[in-house]
Design a protein around this ligand. Structure first.
Ligand SMILES: Nc1nc2c(c(=O)[nH]1)N[C@H]1C(S)=C(S)[C@@H](COP(=O)(O)OP(=O)(O)OC[C@H]3O[C@@H](n4cnc5c(=O)[nH]c(N)nc54)[C@H](O)[C@@H]3O)O[C@H]1N2
Ligand SMILES: Nc1nc2c(c(=O)[nH]1)N[C@H]1C(S)=C(S)[C@@H](COP(=O)(O)OP(=O)(O)OC[C@H]3O[C@@H](n4cnc5c(=O)[nH]c(N)nc54)[C@H](O)[C@@H]3O)O[C@H]1N2
Ligand code: SF4
Ligand SMILES: [Mo]
Length: 808
């Protein structure tokens, strides 16, 4: 059973009732909560949850409730800008900006060939934008350099699904979470990153004590605090954990032999690849006690239903795709997929990153078509009415590949839409140098850190000011209606792309304009035709239905279909070569396989049990950098804070960067709460206050990545490593080696010094000085002794957060 009852959360600042409430969807995270936008005098004045929406039954989280304040921010971009000869960004007209882009694009195509223009887009736009990017990019410009911040986010979702099931699309849905006996959150902290989803889990758990909750996370997160079984493994040891546990289950667990025989291939190879993994070996590499591993193997090996979610602790970690494939293997050998309450639920993060993968705005062609399969390219050419030979083919190019191509001067235009790579890319110093060397377009509602490398800035309309659809983490397509017109002079991403296509005069085979639609709805209708017969078939969806029925899960093959809450109920997978979205990759090296290789696997509709070879983390703590660094999120902020930093409440709740350190480590190092310390890695360093606690294990520190101001030394990505997973090419944000150093001065105590006077001299409080030196009473200081004075102390607290409100 889902939510026990609806509860309408709302946050409205309006004198008198709003003039209207407009149907929409929260544009923050991948949970995809239904909402209504309050409009008064043509301004957005608030938001409330949609009580009829099955995902949230009216609930909203703190970011959901406060997102609309960014629309009102006084510093929104109101006109395009062009960098002049003096290096200054100056206001320009749309015509000037777009003509410059057209000129640069043509120059680049002429000089460097079509594959020299790169779109780097987002997981926060609309399906219609992504489909248009795919068509403009591939059939218009004929470039294969299409990627998005989804590479940093959910590339591993896609690749682990491709490896095991042949196509993207997560098997289980939130409905299965409502039914399952056991829920395993694997590297996923929804209490802070999917608050309404976590409330939904806890709403049921409080009433029925189900599901049994397992949380696999090196930190004791707010989610882990609610777990029946918390697995605080060492950073980077997901695969040793899974290989050990799975091998144990193969020996002693309840296998579904009939399922394995009828619906999978590759059992022997998979088994062989983990044959040496004893629980003892797993215990050694994960740092976990043997009893914990036995307990985990027992629960996972015997439960009658199981949903496993994976997120960044899996995707941005060592052996990312392989560990997620191991999760798929677990579900397959137990036959726990395609059945009520069972299946992997490989999550998304951003509100529509899944839509970008579905619509073909990143690596693969629209509607899960394989860019290395001539059959699929031919279909695409027919659908777009273009010459098949003009469509770029081959494996995808990821952002880190594109950065390398920029460094080799092979990219003439880099078009950045709805993402802020100067804060979000790993090893940002390298990325900055690369982007400074090419022509960069930044399309964003605000001036961001990435504007510093922009040659042209295009101001984009925000959520609430445009119409379109998004796909959430469980394949639900939701609609967002336009609540208000954007401020004058601002265009939506969709309109900007259409304008570009028109100015470039892209044509189809018959000499007609390549893009013939002019509204998001007409674009969606075209995408429906493109999706027909594919795994994500949306033929039965209309904008009207999406609003009336509060979202629909694909596939929706016709108007009589109510959508598909669970994939693979017939145990038929997308693994016949001409159905599959991929010919898959070698599980160890990531080398793309050929059609012949894939045909040889002989899956033909059966799921593939892939081998799961282990590779130790590339960078591990060492003498110079003895500490593990991990990075991630706080409940109060959204990524690079361009929206949440503009909401007074969210800004006040967490105002600056910090590093969280275990209290044992701070005691050893003599670091006081709030004391500014230096964290350095082989790539760079930051100086941020220490937060002392027990949530991180000793030997590990956590830095939130939300704070990336170029003028401050607090960006997590000054430290992270630009190493990617060989299959998904997703960066390894969750593990690097670092060191923490005190940045202290010494003070020789002289006659007349008091704690107060010394502290005042250095601009800190006497209390901070006392704590930094473990002084119990003010009388302990004597002349001649040397006191350690923290460089500074910043003690702005982070607002505590209660993970679910039913508790109150
Ligand atoms: N408040 C908030 N919510 C968000 C976002 C946001 O910015 N702010 N962003 C959204 C987006 S785009 C995404 S992708 C999601 C991300 O959502 P999550 O994945 O839930 O969030 P993270 O904090 O990135 O990472 C999750 C956990 O991985 C753990 N971890 C680190 N190393 C390992 C490891 O080796 N193994 C395991 N098992 N775990 C490890 C970390 O301790 C962390 O608690 O959140 C979405 N929701
Ligand atoms: N160290 C570390 N780094 C990470 C991660 C981590 O866990 N640790 N997580 C990674 C993950 S999972 C993600 S998803 C990325 C996120 O990283 P980014 O995508 O770079 O972060 P955002 O702040 O979400 O950037 C979105 C941008 O789009 C703009 N925007 C908002 N609405 C619109 C719109 O409608 N149109 C346009 N054109 N622009 C709009 C915003 O103002 C903002 O500048 O960060 C990644 N980087
Ligand atoms: S859980 Fe996600 S989608 Fe729902 S209100 Fe919060 S941020 Fe928005
Ligand atoms: Mo993400």
């Amino acid at each position: 059973m889902s939510w026990q009852e609806e509860r309408i959360d709302q946050n409205v600042y309006s004198q008198g009732d709003p003039d209207k409430w407009v149907y929409s969807t929260c544009n923050i995270c991948s949970v995809g909560c239904g909402c209504y936008v309050a409009v008064k005098d043509d301004q957005i004045v608030g938001i409330k949850g949609n009580g009829d929406h099955p995902t949230n039954r009216g609930r909203l989280g703190p970011k959901g409730e406060n997102q609309w304040q960014a629309n009102q921010a006084p510093d929104r971009l109101m006109s395009p800008m062009i960098r002049n000869q003096d290096g200054q960004l100056v206001k320009a007209s749309w015509d000037e900006a777009m003509e410059l882009i057209v000129k640069k694009s043509k120059e680049s195509m002429e000089k460097l060939g079509p594959n020299s223009i790169s779109f780097y887009s987002t997981g926060q736009g609309f399906l219609e934008d992504y489909y248009t990017t795919a068509k403009v990019g591939r059939a218009g410009l004929r470039t294969h350099l299409l990627d998005a911040n989804t590479r940093l986010c959910t590339a591993t979702t896609e690749f682990c699904l491709l490896q095991s099931f042949g196509a993207d699309g997560t098997p289980a849905s939130f409905d299965d979470v409502d039914e399952t006996d056991v829920l395993m959150l694997f590297g996923h902290n929804p209490a802070e990153t999917g608050t309404v989803f976590f409330e939904r889990v806890m709403d049921r758990k409080q009433r029925t004590s189900k599901p049994y909750l397992i949380v696999v996370d090196p930190r004791e997160t707010l989610s882990a605090k609610e777990a029946d079984l918390h697995i605080p493994l060492k950073p980077g040891s997901n695969l040793p954990l899974l290989n050990g546990v799975l091998n144990e289950i193969l020996q002693n667990g309840k296998l579904d032999q009939a399922f394995i025989d009828s619906h999978t291939v590759g059992f022997d190879k998979m088994k062989e690849s983990i044959g040496d993994w004893t629980l003892e070996h797993a215990a050694e590499l994960t740092g976990l006690p043997l009893e914990k591993l036995r307990k985990l193997a027992d629960v996972l090996g015997t439960c009658d239903s199981l949903v496993t979610t994976t997120l960044q602790g899996a995707y941005q970690s060592s052996n990312a795709t392989t560990a997620c494939v191991a999760v798929n293997n677990l579900h397959l050998v137990r036959g726990l997929i395609g059945k009520p309450g069972s299946g992997p639920l490989h999550m998304a993060g951003q509100p529509s990153s899944s839509a970008n993968r579905t619509a073909g705005g990143v690596g693969t062609y629209p509607a899960h078509r394989n860019p290395t399969n001539p059959v699929h390219l031919k279909e695409m050419a027919e659908l777009w009415n273009v010459d098949e030979s003009t469509l770029p083919a081959g494996p995808e190019k990821a952002i880190e590949d594109i950065i390398s191509l920029i460094e080799k001067e092979k990219v003439g235009v880099f078009w950045n839409i709805g993402t802020n790579p100067m804060v979000s890319l790993p090893n940002r110093e390298r990325a900055r140098k690369a982007l400074e060397s090419t022509f960069v377009i930044v399309q964003d509602p605000f001036l961001t850190e990435t504007s510093s490398v922009a040659d042209v800035i295009l101001p984009a309309a925000l959520w609430g000011e445009k119409e379109g659809t998004m796909e959430n983490a469980d394949r639900t397509i939701n609609i967002l209606r336009k609540a208000i017109e954007p401020p004058e002079g601002i265009k939506s991403d969709f309109e900007i792309l259409l304008d570009f296509a028109k100015r470039m005069d892209f044509r189809d085979r018959d000499g007609q304009p390549l893009i013939q639609y002019s509204t998001p709805e007409a674009c969606f209708e075209e995408f429906k035709r493109v999706s027909k017969g594919r795994p994500c078939d949306m033929s039965g969806i209309t904008y009207e239905r999406l609003e009336k029925e509060n979202g629909l899960r694909w596939p929706v093959p016709d108007e009589n279909s109510n959508g598909t809450p669970r994939l693979y109920t017939d145990f038929k997978f997308h693994t016949t070569p001409d159905d599959a979205q991929t010919f898959s990759k070698d599980q160890l090296t990531g080398r793309a396989l050929s059609k012949e290789d894939y045909t040889e696997i002989g899956a033909n509709g059966r799921a593939i049990l892939q081998p799961t070879p282990y590779v130790p983390p590339y960078e591990q703590p060492n003498d110079e950098y003895p500490t593990w660094l991990t990075t991630g999120r706080l409940v109060w902020h959204w990524h690079t804070r361009t929206k949440t930093g503009r909401s007074p409440l969210l800004h006040m709740a967490a105002q600056h960067g910090y590093v969280e350190i275990n209290e044992k480590d701070t005691a050893d190092m003599g670091i006081a709460e709030g004391e500014v310390v230096r964290v350095s890695s082989p790539r760079g360093e930051i100086e941020v206050p220490a937060r002392v606690g027990t949530a991180v294990q000793p030997g590990l520190v956590f830095v939130p990545f939300h704070f990336g101001n170029l003028d401050k030394k607090e960006a997590a990505n000054a430290l992270t490593i630009d190493l990617v997973d060989p299959l998904s090419k997703q960066p390894l944000f969750k593990q690097a080696a670092c060191r923490v150093d005190k940045i202290r001065k010494n003070h020789e105590v002289k006659e007349g010094d008091t704690l107060e006077s010394i502290a005042a001299n250095y601009g800190i409080t006497a209390e901070d000085l006392r704590r930094a030196n473990h002084i119990e009473t003010p009388y302990e200081i004597q002349m001649g002794i040397s006191l350690e004075v923290p460089a500074s102390v910043i003690n702005t607290p982070i607002q505590p957060y209660l993970p679910y409100r039913n508790k109150m």
